[in-house]
Design a protein around this ligand. Structure first.
Ligand SMILES: [Zn+2]
Length: 117
């Protein structure tokens, strides 16, 4: 059963809502994720609503440029990103560490070998 979570950046400029089943998160070892050390879940874009902060976000792209790594230009926290899945649909990567009232230490982690791609 999908639940609705709220979350955002540290300074509260960026606020969003996401409907999903939070059963686990991914940690990736690519050059970006290993520096960020974030924990991500991937959801279809229609399950994600950005309530505020669209203008506070700075976009960073590298490598193939397929993923927009977004971070708050004020506090620097990267709470989510945007990408396109293999089926061509927009996918949102949510940093579970930025969800309200979620004990992210208790979420099962799957390691993803993004460095080998
Ligand atoms: Zn912020």
């Amino acid at each position: 059963m999908a639940k609705t979570y709220t979350g955002g950046c540290h300074c509260q400029k960026v606020r969003f809502e996401v409907a999903m089943e939070l059963e686990g998160a991914v940690m990736c070892n690519c050059s970006m994720c290993s520096k960020r050390n974030w924990k991500l879940v991937f959801v279809p874009a229609d399950q994600f609503t950005l309530h505020s902060g669209a203008h506070a976000l700075t976009e960073y792209r590298f490598n193939t440029g397929h993923i927009a790594h977004l971070f708050c230009s004020t506090c620097g926290v990267a709470s989510f990103g945007r990408g396109v899945g293999r089926d061509g649909k927009e996918v949102i990567s949510v940093n579970v560490c930025c969800l309200d009232d979620v004990d992210h230490e208790s979420i099962p982690i799957t390691r993803y070998d993004g460095a080998s791609l």
